[in-house]
Ligand binder design. Sequence first.
Ligand SMILES: [Fe+2]
Length: 218
Amino acid sequence: MSDDAQNPEPETRMIGAFASPIMVRRAQGSDALNARLAQTVRNMAHSGPSDDDYRAHQGGFYSDVTFFQDAPDGAAELQPIVARAVTDYITRVLGGSLRQGRVEISAWVGLHRERDYQTPHVHAGTTISGIYYVQVPPGKPEPQGCLDILNPLDLQEMTFLRGFAKTHCRVHPLAGDIVVFPAYCKHLVHPFFGDGERITVVFNATVVQPRLGKTMQE
Ligand SMILES: [Fe+2]
């Protein structure tokens, strides 16, 4: 009798528990749409102050969170692209569509130039967050302009296997990319140096659950 017969491979399965799913979707929109959106964002940055309350950015411009409702040029075309990305993300994470609840999406825009950056932060109070990259300065070496989504399991890095435990997941974005990730994941954006602008539409997708029961006041 062979060793294999005496010691058969034991039935084994590995469970990828506690994963934080991140979706990167490339080449959305079009060059024409991105050119229109870029001009829209430049106009917004030129005509009003940055909405800086509770923001993590250092330098640059951010609008308030009514980009899709205000519907400046390009917003109406981008909205279904973002909505589809959120729906596809949820479907891939759950292995099917939401069984209850509805999704509310809010969006704002950002414009960043040389040396602007974002400190680590979460998007509190929502479910899923994402970024659509309208324009990215070309040819910047990593990590310039990169998005780092930080590992929420910091204990992993302290004690677990090297090569498996990672501090962050890095995305080096291109124009037309959409990145979707859990809103609880801290993330940061590295500065870039030299010419160019990074223009983004950032969004939150909040899953609103139906109320489970009446409250004491009802
Ligand atoms: Fe953010």
